[in-house]
Design a protein around this ligand. Structure first.
Ligand code: HEM
Length: 451
């Protein structure tokens, strides 16, 4: 059985200069193979110390037990602030807690059901576009997945399809923004000397301003609808009308613009990446594709049908394990501490790497193999608990995790129910991490109608 693609690791010892060059190209292949076996690795350079942790006890400490001692680092925020302002993704402490008190209720169990029709409608529109591509010629599946995921976010957030003029413009400008400014650029990820400027490529600030202007228009229009009592009951309305239970305040317009920007960015790139890799894995594992298709045949696009799609859910989980859309997260130790008998100085960068954890050789059996059946195997319960963080964990866990699990399963069922996906001979995607885990030259698949 051939294993799904994995980037070639770098040699164990390289100069700092070479590491930085490799890092700038791709953070995954810039890392040594020992990170797939180590519980912790320290990177010591003249400028900074960082600790990559895979040890489940340390992950618990950082994410669940003492998250306030490991806030998000300012340097990460620097690259994103022009677009995201003070969004929940970048803030810390009391400000962050207040934002989550308003946002979280919109994503809670019962209310998630309200997003289902928007997800299904985006999937149906996506099937229409796939039908036009289903001629057995190589097609860029990741671009098509991005289009659907952007449609999902606009339909569920603002009740607008991506064909809407403003929604479409936001989507296209986000794509341009990402090409100009990958999140994980060197300056953001490695805390270089403080006085070094965070580098913005030409055009990044202009794109960010334009995107924020468009989002401000959408937000104002929604405020007007709320005032007139004509607002649809979507995620935007829920978030804009929910008061902070502690202060009674709702988001101001400016605060809402920050949050919409992160919902769009965090919610569409990640889901698009997961969907594209899941389709690739199914194309290369026809036995699992048949199982998903069989389940899809019983799916009538009704919310209660979701519980029946268990193989589809296991496929999506396994895709998130092998290709976690957010491959690494960075925190900063706010005070000195000890990790595995080693001194961690205040200010050290703590790197959490779903990418390495999900393929950790001491946690998972056959870590690089695609095996959705492992999710039903009682023997992997410990690995599922200790070695799986696609959405992070603890109070700072992804707000959209429940939403994303519904979205991924629904879209897979809709697409695989209607189409067959097959690999293109000789075209194996090379995983690479920029904003999310994507394929260096795209993911090409052949699509044909299932009937
Ligand atoms: C498969 C899809 C997704 C994956 C794998 C994913 C993963 C993640 C991860 C790992 C984080 C934590 C980042 C960190 O702490 O540095 C995060 C945060 C976040 N995600 Fe997601 N996400 C997905 C979809 C979504 C969706 C659909 C939404 C919203 C509609 C969303 C909204 C957010 C927000 C607002 C945060 C910031 C939370 C905070 O810092 O308190 N995500 N996501």
């Amino acid at each position: 059985m051939t294993l799904p693609p994995k980037p070639v690791a770098r040699p164990d010892k390289v100069s700092l200069w070479r590491y930085m060059r490799l890092f700038r190209r791709d953070i995954l292949s810039a890392q040594p193979a020992r990170l797939y076996r180590a519980w912790m690795a320290e990177f010591r350079t003249p400028f900074f110390r960082s600790f990559l942790i895979n040890d489940p006890a340390l992950l618990r400490e950082v994410l669940k037990d003492n998250p306030d001692s490991y806030p998000k680092s300012d340097r990460i925020g620097a690259g994103l602030r022009p677009l995201l302002g003070k969004s929940v993704f970048l803030t810390n402490g009391a400000q962050w807690r207040a934002q989550r008190r308003i946002i979280d209720p919109a994503f809670e169990g019962g209310r998630l059901r309200d997003t289902f029709p928007g997800i299904v409608a985006a999937g149906q529109a996506g099937c229409g576009r796939f039908a036009a591509m289903a001629d057995d010629t190589p097609r860029a599946i990741d671009a098509a997945a991005s289009h659907i995921a952007a449609d999902v976010i606009f339909r569920t957030l603002f009740s607008l399809p991506i064909e809407d003029e403003t929604a479409g413009e936001v989507y296209h400008r986000f794509q341009a923004y990402q090409q100009a400014q990958p999140i994980l650029n060197l300056a953001a990820f490695l805390p270089l000397l403080r006085w070094m400027p965070a580098f913005f490529r030409p055009g990044v600030r202009g794109q960010a301003r334009a995107i924020r202007r468009l989002i401000a228009d959408l937000t104002q229009a929604r405020l007007d609808q709320i005032a007139a009592g004509t607002a649809p009951d979507d995620l935007a309305t829920k978030i804009m009308t929910t008061p902070d239970p502690e202060t009674g305040k709702t988001f101001s317009k400016a605060e809402m613009v920050d949050q919409v920007a992160i919902f769009f960015l965090a919610g569409h790139e990640t889901s698009a990446s997961a969907l594209a890799w899941a389709l690739y894995l199914l194309a290369t594992h026809p036995d699992w594709q048949d199982k998903v298709a069989a389940e899809a045949a019983t799916f009538d696009a009704v919310f209660s049908d979701l519980s029946r799609l268990s193989a589809t859910r296991d496929v999506f989980r396994e895709a998130l394990r092998l290709y976690p859309p957010v491959p690494m997260m960075v925190r900063q130790a706010s005070k000195a501490t000890i990790f595995r008998s080693r001194r961690v100085p205040a200010g050290a960068q703590i790197v959490l790497s779903p990418w390495h954890l999900h393929r950790h050789e001491r946690i998972w059996d056959a870590p690089d193999a695609f095996d959705p059946a492992r999710w039903q195997d009682g023997a992997t319960k410990t690995a599922q608990r200790d070695g799986y963080l696609p959405f992070s964990a603890g109070p700072r866990m992804c707000s959209g995790a429940g939403f994303a699990m519904i979205e991924g399963v629904v879209l897979l069922a809709q697409l695989v129910g209607r189409f067959r996906f097959a690999p293109v001979a000789g075209q194996v995607p090379v995983p690479t991490a920029h904003l999310t885990v994507r394929a260096r030259d795209g993911i090409m698949l052949r699509i044909t109608p299932r009937d």
